[in-house]
Design a protein around this ligand. Structure first.
Ligand SMILES: Cc1cc2nc3c(=O)[nH]c(=O)nc-3n(C[C@H](O)[C@H](O)[C@H](O)COP(=O)(O)OP(=O)(O)OC[C@H]3O[C@@H](n4cnc5c(N)ncnc54)[C@H](O)[C@@H]3O)c2cc1C
Length: 447
């Protein structure tokens, strides 16, 4: 006996799960979201990209974003520690310099505002989950999904534990895993592959009274490059007075204890004097949080009666703030297939084929873009500064990655990187990062 039968059960009430609940409820699908935490809860991933706006528009969520007063994000900036290097030969224009972009430089279909948002994820996730409930999704917080059974082609049963240790059983036709980096179904089905290259970790916190006005565009996200291999820091406005900072580095560089990690954080800050000066005057208002070892993919994103979305499907390094947008857009694409599958009464994996192909292509594009950034980051700066490539780069940074399986930009970057790799005398050879393209290939063949 089940406590309740619905069309769709969603595990997780983060951006992926709650936008999925909103889309389905809007289409009249009976769905239920189980979220194991009580919201608001803190969460990493605070800077959005504009492709999120399409989802907010479709779900009529923009008025709530505006009312909440989240800082508007008009663009992004990357700062370097070494701006006096100039290269000659074929790359005579290339210099390692600070770069920035504004989102309004490129028009986006169905995105009608020149900015996106930075968010306090506690508040943002709570508002989005409440929105799903308002649209008709049933929402349970402090509801931990701990068991799933695929009974037959039309029935999945799910067991949920509530705070008083009470356990209940629910049934659905289609299960959506939106459990984030917990990767509930990925672990259960053993379909998760750890990324052999992106072995990154992060250490982050919030400060008040950091003077953002000492930076050219105080409302941008700043990514500060640090002269330690594959290491950078984010600076994200959270509200008028609060700014989020985090350091991302390779696991090999990441110290073992929290005390050493805090020292590493401040060592990184000290390598950027202008940041050091401002941050030393600010006050830390949150404990430091560690995000460990996080890049992975799943061998399958859909199975009979099952769809994986958001971080539960795949996680790529956060350098370009892609995660929430992927979560929202994966719900957008997957919900269309789910609605059709329910209409047809066919809940097998083939019904979710469009979603599977679209999200794979989009996230692979992000992954390839990011891997090339890590392999040769001066090339990213060069491309941003070249009028010929600038709009293509901005398209990526806006999160418009789903409409092309082989973007020209990526091919161009790949071509240059392989020239640099194969020619030790190339002026950029010395700037190659230590993540090799061969190791990337090993990972890609599996996907
Ligand atoms: C260091 C770092 C920096 C990042 N920076 C950015 C950034 O600037 N911008 C950006 O867009 N993204 C960023 N991200 C990525 C971003 O955090 C994620 O991509 C985003 O939160 C994914 O949303 P989601 O809904 O898939 O997962 P989540 O937001 O993690 O939500 C999953 C939810 O599922 C719940 N859950 C898990 N298991 C169960 C269960 N068994 N039963 C019930 N509920 C369950 C969890 O409690 C959680 O609330 C960053 C990530 C990292 C690691």
């Amino acid at each position: 006996m089940c406590d309740m039968e619905v069309d769709v059960i969603i595990i997780g009430g983060g951006p992926a799960g709650s936008s999925m609940g909103s889309y389905l409820a809007k289409s009249g699908v009976k769905c239920i979201i189980f979220e194991k935490e009580k919201f608001p809860r803190p969460h990493v991933g605070e800077s959005l990209v504009p492709s999120s706006t399409r989802v907010f528009n479709e779900l009529n969520f923009i008025p709530k974003m505006e009312k909440a007063g989240f800082p508007k994000k008009f663009g992004a900036a990357w700062t370097t520690y070494n701006s006096d290097q100039i290269y000659h030969h074929d790359f005579k224009d290339l210099e390692e310099s600070d770069v920035d972009i504004r989102f309004n430089e490129r028009e986006q279909q169905d995105v009608d505002q020149p900015y996106t948002y930075h968010v306090d994820r506690g508040l943002f996730d709570k508002l989005l989950l409440e929105h799903a409930e308002e649209l008709g999704a049933e929402v349970h917080q402090e509801a931990d999904v701990f068991h799933v059974e695929f009974v037959n082609k039309d029935r999945v049963e799910v067991k949920v534990r509530f705070p008083d240790k009470e356990e209940k059983k629910y049934a659905c036709k289609i299960l959506v895993d939106a459990s984030g980096r917990n990767t509930f179904m990925g672990n259960k089905l053993k379909i998760k592959i750890k990324d052999p290259v992106f072995n990154q970790c992060a250490f982050h916190t919030w400060f008040t009274d950091f003077d953002r006005n000492s930076f050219k565009d105080p409302d941008f996200i700043y990514i500060h490059f640090i002269p330690v291999s594959n290491t950078w820091m984010w600076q994200i406005p959270i509200n008028e007075t609060t700014t989020s900072f985090g350091v991302v580095t390779q696991k090999d560089n990441f110290p073992n204890t929290n005390e050493q990690r805090e020292a590493f954080f401040w060592d990184c800050v000290a390598k950027r004097p202008e940041l050091d000066k401002q941050l030393k005057k600010a006050k830390r208002v949150r404990p430091y949080t560690v995000e460990g070892d996080y890049s992975y993919a799943m061998t399958e994103l859909v199975k009979d009666n099952l769809i994986l979305i958001g971080d539960a499907a795949r996680f790529v390094d956060p350098i370009f703030s892609s995660g929430v947008s992927v979560a929202l857009n994966s719900a957008r694409f997957a919900s269309r297939d789910i609605v059709e599958a329910l209409k047809k009464g066919d809940h097998t994996a083939t019904s979710f084929d469009t979603y599977n192909k679209t999200i794979r292509a989009g996230v692979n594009n992000w992954y390839n873009f990011i891997k090339m950034y890590y392999r040769l980051n001066v090339l990213f700066t060069y491309f941003v500064n070249q009028p010929k490539y600038r709009l293509d780069i901005i398209k990526f940074l806006q999160g418009d990655v789903y409409d092309d399986t082989a973007p020209k930009l990526l091919k161009e970057m790949e071509k240059i990187i392989s020239q640099v790799e194969s020619n030790p005398k190339h002026p950029l050879h010395a700037f190659l990062g230590n993540l090799t393209s061969n190791s990337f290939n090993v990972f890609e063949k599996k996907n």
